[in-house]
Write a protein that binds this ligand. Sequence first.
Ligand code: GAP
Length: 504
Amino acid sequence: MANNEDLFKQIIAHAKEYGYIFPSSEIYDGLSAVYDYGQNGVELKNNIKQYWWKSMVQYHDNIVGLDSAIFMHPTIWKASGHVDAFNDPLIDNKDSKKRYRADVLIEDHIQKIEDKITKEVEKARKRFENFDEKMFRETNGRVLQHQKEIDDIRERFAALMNANDLAGLKALIEELGIVCPVSGTRNWTDVRQFNLMFATKLGSVSDGADTIYLRPETAQGIFVNFLNIYKTGRMKLPFGIAQIGKAFRNEIVARQFIFRMREFEQMEMQFFVKPGEELKWFDYWKQTRLQWHTDLGIAPENYRFHDHEKLAHYANAATDIEFKFPFGFKELEGIHSRTDFDLSQHEKYSGKKLRYFDPEANENYVPYVIETSIGVDRMFLAVFSNAYTEETLEDGSTRVVLKLPAKLAPNKVAVLPLVKKDGLPEIGKEIFDKLKKDFMVQYEDKDAIGRRYRRQDAVGTPFCVTVDNQTKEDNTVTVRERDTMAQYRLPIAELADELHKKLR
Ligand code: GAP
């Protein structure tokens, strides 16, 4: 059984081998934290986006879509606070010349202590028959000591981050004895703030041209279009605006594959509500978003909420939906109650009124906002890593199968003539032509049927349809299901209906 690190490496290798994800610019040795989606990756990604878009825009009569430009007026980023405060604290190791996020070094240190607790728990689990983890955590001396250490570091760390105390962060790193993973030394520079936005110049001549930014989130495109959509869509509160699009962040520590990238995609929805009603809607979106995830059939224990104790100055509630990635529970989606901060800031900086007229109260006000924000790529990684399965079959052989939720799988069905003769390929192609209008279908007639099944399992195709000699006699085919490997015969005429039923 592979450990989590090995498993993660296998998942990354699998993503490449089966045309899901390639390192960007690979023939030039790649570009750090930038990835390309291959022939299967683009389908899975599009299906994720469609699943989100439908759940937001199609299934809600009060949510509409938007596709705003990546380049926006530079003052937007001043108003939103990104120019002054969208920073990460960075620190360099003087020996290795490697750069790190100071907060990540401390979080990794905490994670190491947490790993010690997990090891203690695992050891005890093996020793005691009626093992009660909660009681063990509350009574075991070593675990209590580790937990106290973690609580103490967390408390000091949060205070330093809130106070923006960079010297204090460096002192904490030194006190905890954190070493550079590359050089192994503690020869650190001071901690400095580093703005994450990519800047470029507008216009063909850079001299005198205005600095503009590649957007670090899609949300601001929604806020600055609030009035346009409210007026032209004759919207009434509460209503939402949803957008899917690219975002860019110059991440200092970009790692863990597509978990943290420099160019990525977000699916964001801003839900505008009457002031005073925001916490009710915050709860609604918390539950609705979790349901969206678990509706995919992924086990609920892979998700948990992480409510923010320390809130940003403009928020009055915030939570993350965390997912159990191969490297542990990490943020997958954020749900934030952002009050009227963004619209009020844009009112201030643009000089335009961004208000809603409430006909019942007969007054104008700036609506409050609940935001749901999820990275497409992070969702991709969640679904993909959860789907990757290695099974030992009855005959002792292993099967690698990608148990993707069927509605997200790149190809829904593969049509496979048993042999490449006797008229079977011709029937297979006819079936392909029939199904292709409704589904993404693959046609394959090379190699032995067993090898083709294995290949479709590894790509994650939920159904295979095999054409054999009996097909010529009674117009039936064998349908094989990916997860159970169950096989049954169906008339060709019923295939499309049956697949629709299974995929709904
Ligand atoms: N508008 C709010 C916002 O952007 P965020 O927590 O910074 O909030 C929202 O980002 C989501 O975007 C995250 O939960 C994550 O899924 C995704 N995300 C953020 N930074 C990312 C990165 N560097 N690479 C991939 N996904 C990222």
